[in-house]
Ligand binder design. Structure first.
Ligand code: 1CP
Length: 362
């Protein structure tokens, strides 16, 4: 495992020639790049050994540990990018909203967001004071990784859903009710969360991250009309303001079950739209339109069985991605905990050998 001492942060553009960055920009590539959402942790024995018990929020506050957990899947799988080890609720937790992450459950909020008074618990994020450990861990990684580091933040709907529902949800009834009953309060909540995501993403980019992904994982629960009216404007602002402070940095917007939202998501202004496994990539490409790359979209469950199945399904994704530039191979959502790491390792090899999107014939 790589334990290289941190060097000075790499200059912007250090990874301009990396396949992951080129594919995000819909440029030709040497090979189709691949990384896996939730590649850190979960299925890796070395993760369980390093991580120990306790809340993930405690682990996230230890920069050396975070750097190690972020590097583990890159070393093991040979992925073309690293995803920063953290969680989407870190900014809200850091400003003292009162969020914990319960092992086996996910984010839990003891006093959920209910009224305007709760906005007081969401003061602006000051990354240098509130999340210095994030900055430090990104700096360590930017100085030692040989592949681009992806920073991330939760999208406005998804983070709001945890704060309003009080934890993971199936039907999202409380947050949907708030959106309809109190649109002004919803706007205020979304604007605060967007400002927090913006501050967090900027701090990760300043510390050396090469790209960012916005995980609006649960936005697919919304109708296109509600997404367009109540979530997309804030997402557009987030992407636009990030582009002003960090021009040219690749950005990815991802959600699950977003088949009907893809044309709208493509107007958020990100370089890439992440596609879940339900929409074949050729269809997804027509829905997001020209000029926007796609990321995805192997069904994570296809990695649970025999290699022959995973290989055939990987080839299907590569075929659907076609030959035009702008494909980042990924799963359609996160790695499932029971996945055999050997399967992911072989998928990386297969994508590198057989992916054709943007690869110039030799
Ligand atoms: O590769 C990685 O694992 C990187 C680290 C990472 C990321 C990118 C973690 C660590 N969390 C996330 C993002 C995140 N967190 C998302 C967006 C990605 C996705 O859609 O999967 C979401 C929705 C969360 C919220 C969350 N945190 C959940 C989901 C709960 C639900 O609503 O179903 C859970 C289980 C967590 C806890 C968590 N975060 C990360 C890990 C490894 C874990 C597992 C618990 C632990 O190890 O203590």
């Amino acid at each position: 495992m790589s334990t290289a001492a941190p060097r000075a942060s790499r200059a912007p553009g250090r990874f301009d020639d990396a396949p992951f960055i080129q594919a995000c920009r819909s440029q030709p590539v040497h090979h189709v790049p691949v990384w896996f959402m939730r590649q850190a942790g979960r299925s890796l024995p070395e993760y369980r050994a390093a991580r120990g018990p306790g809340s993930i929020l405690d682990a996230i506050a230890q920069p050396e540990l975070v750097a190690e957990l972020t590097r583990q899947p890159v070393d093991r799988y040979g992925t073309d990018a690293a995803i920063f080890f953290s969680d989407i609720v870190v900014p809200a937790a850091a400003v003292g909203f009162g969020v914990d992450v319960a092992p086996g459950t996910g984010p839990v909020v003891s006093e959920p967001f209910r009224s305007a008074a709760d906005l007081q618990r969401l003061r602006p994020l000051e990354p240098e004071l509130d999340t210095p450990y994030v900055i430090e861990a990104v700096q360590i990684l930017a100085g030692s990784l040989d592949v681009p580091l992806i920073g991330f933040a939760g999208g406005p709907f998804t983070v709001a859903s945890y704060l309003v529902e009080g934890g993971p949800s199936k039907n999202f009834t409380k947050v949907k009710a708030l959106m309809q009953a109190e649109p002004a309060l919803w706007d205020a909540l979304v604007e605060r969360l967007t400002d927090m995501a913006l501050a967090s993403l900027r701090s990760q980019l300043d510390a050396g991250a090469s790209a960012v992904q916005v995980f609006d994982s649960w936005a697919g629960i919304l109708t296109p009309r509600h997404y367009e009216e109540l979530v997309l404007p804030a997402t557009r602002r987030l992407v636009a303001e990030l582009g002003e402070s960090h021009p040219g940095v690749p950005t990815i917007l991802f959600g699950v079950g977003t088949g009907e939202l893809l044309p709208l998501m493509a107007t958020a202004g990100t370089s890439v739209v992440g596609i879940d496994w339900r929409v074949p990539l050729d269809v997804a490409r027509t829905r997001v339109g020209p000029g926007t790359a796609v990321q995805g979209n192997l069904d994570p469950a296809m990695c649970l069985g025999r290699w022959e199945v995973a290989a055939a399904e990987t080839r299907e994704v590569l075929t659907r991605a076609g030959t035009a530039p702008g494909h980042v191979f990924n799963l359609g959502h996160g790695v499932l905990p029971e996945t055999d790491p050997a399967i992911l390792e072989r998928i990386v090899e297969l994508v590198h050998a057989e992916g054709r999107a943007g690869v110039e014939p030799t």
